[in-house]
Design a protein around this ligand. Structure first.
Ligand code: S3P
Length: 422
């Protein structure tokens, strides 16, 4: 591909959509979600709330959820590939007085769940796991509440604890010393649940309290994590305008990486809708410089790191990423998967204990990427596509259905923009 240019919009943010669906599912009355995410993870959240007793209607692009006034007393919930769904539901259901079993697909079954089960248990919940992995078994319990300091920077863990606070006698304080995405903090007040956030020396302390939720209307901005793939093509190959994209500052670590890399980009039409900032983002072809990305920057760009690694291949020197061992705990081990991908295409990268060393300015020849390399991981699949499109010869990418988890329109969008996808 010589040049890539175009104007794009994206379906709704996956993190925001999943939160809106789960909260809508237990809220009293109707919740209307406009511009919801289209991927399998959003469908998973919808089937979980249906299993709990909520009613879901699709009105064109709009979702209407009638929350379950009384949840089913015993449920088995298939969380598919989605750790967000499993971890948030564990917190949300832990004080609802029901029996629930939460299970997932092969990838989710390997992911760590003690990180939610253990602190929730300290709040009074009765939760069991299979040696820290799914399934998760929740039994009725009386939540007293209390204060928990997050042991890892994780928005999923933070959110699970905040949601448990809605059923805890004394409420729940969560102490966060490293910022992570704050969609739950922003959304709960829209459902009528007060959230109080106070600054601490190192970060913040969030308080949620016993409270019923009321249905609301939420308009979801385009998913920045999906748009990022198109932005990367803009930076490497031309000019891309991504319209109506969520630019919540706890998600825009990628913009910080862009600045360091020397990517030319600008934001326009900035506004806030349903408590979340959004903007149009223009990214233009740029000369890239090698970067050093360190631990404190990681949580705000966690899902974009494999893509950032590909940009580093085109920078003028060696880039390093450290403090990113959480990438091993994602839908697949993205730390080793990214290195295998880069090497399969003729690039040079090395895995360190908690990150990568990536050689820039080498020839990215291209080559075939087999299904096993992607390991069913949606982000590695889309990262591989961008790497191939930016390589000299391209190659055959297998296992492309993986993108359906978050961005089913990905390949169609590339194709219709003339990106060289057949
Ligand atoms: C998410 C939080 C992040 C992110 C995931 C979605 C969320 O995970 O990687 O894709 O919606 O809260 P962690 O909170 O575990 O880092």
């Amino acid at each position: 591909m010589i040049r890539f240019e175009g104007e794009f919009s994206f379906s709704g943010d996956k993190s925001v959509t999943q939160r809106a669906i789960l909260l809508g599912g237990v809220a009293q009355g109707e919740t209307v979600i406009c511009g919801a995410a289209q991927g399998k993870d959003a469908q998973t959240a919808l089937s979980c709330i249906s299993a709990l007793g909520a009613e879901v209607k699709h009105l064109g692009e709009t979702l209407v959820i009638k929350g379950a006034p009384r949840l089913k007393s015993a449920v088995s919930l298939d969380c598919g590939n989605s750790a967000t769904c499993m971890r948030l539901l564990t917190g949300l259901l832990s004080g609802k007085g029901i029996e629930a079993t939460l299970f997932g697909d092969g990838s989710l079954s390997r992911r760590p769940m003690a990180r939610v089960a253990e602190p929730l248990t300290r709040l009074g919940a009765r939760i069991e796991t299979e040696l820290g992995k799914p399934p998760i078994y929740i039994s009725p319990a009386f939540l007293t509440g209390g204060e928990i300091a997050l042991s890892i920077p994780s928005a999923q863990v933070k959110s699970a604890l905040m949601l448990a606070g809605l059923d805890a006698k004394n409420g729940v304080f969560v102490v966060e010393n490293h910022p992570t995405r704050d969609h739950t903090e922003r959304m709960l007040p829209l459902f009528g649940a007060p959230v109080s956030v106070t600054k601490t020396e190192q970060g913040k302390r969030i308080f949620t309290q016993k409270c019923g939720l009321k249905g609301t209307e939420i308009d979801v901005a385009g998913d920045l994590s999906s748009a990022a793939y198109f932005m990367a093509l803009g930076a490497l190959k031309g000019r891309v305008l991504c319209k109506n994209v969520g630019v919540n500052p706890t998600r825009t670590g990628i913009f910080k990486a862009f600045k360091k890399l020397g990517v030319r980009f600008s934001l326009s039409n900035e506004r806030t809708v349903s408590g979340e900032p959004r903007a149009d983002v223009l990214v233009e072809k740029s000369e890239l410089k090698a970067v050093k990305i360190t631990a404190e920057e990681i949580p705000l760009m966690i899902d974009e790191l494999p893509l950032i690694a590909i940009l580093c291949l085109f920078a003028n020197g060696e880039s390093t990423v450290s403090g990113a061992s959480e990438l091993k705990e994602k839908e697949s081990d993205r730390l080793s998967g990214t290195v295998r991908l880069i090497r399969a295409l003729g690039g040079e990268a090395e895995e360190t204990t908690d990150g990568w060393r990536i050689r820039g300015d080498t020839r990215l020849v291209g080559g075939d990427v087999p299904t096993a390399l992607i390991g069913g991981d949606h982000r590695l699949c889309m990262t591989a596509a961008i790497a191939l499109l930016s390589s000299e010869k391209g190659g055959m990418l297998s296992g492309v259905n993986a993108c359906n988890v978050s961005f089913p329109e990905f390949f169609e969008k590339l194709k219709s923009a003339g990106a060289g996808v057949e």
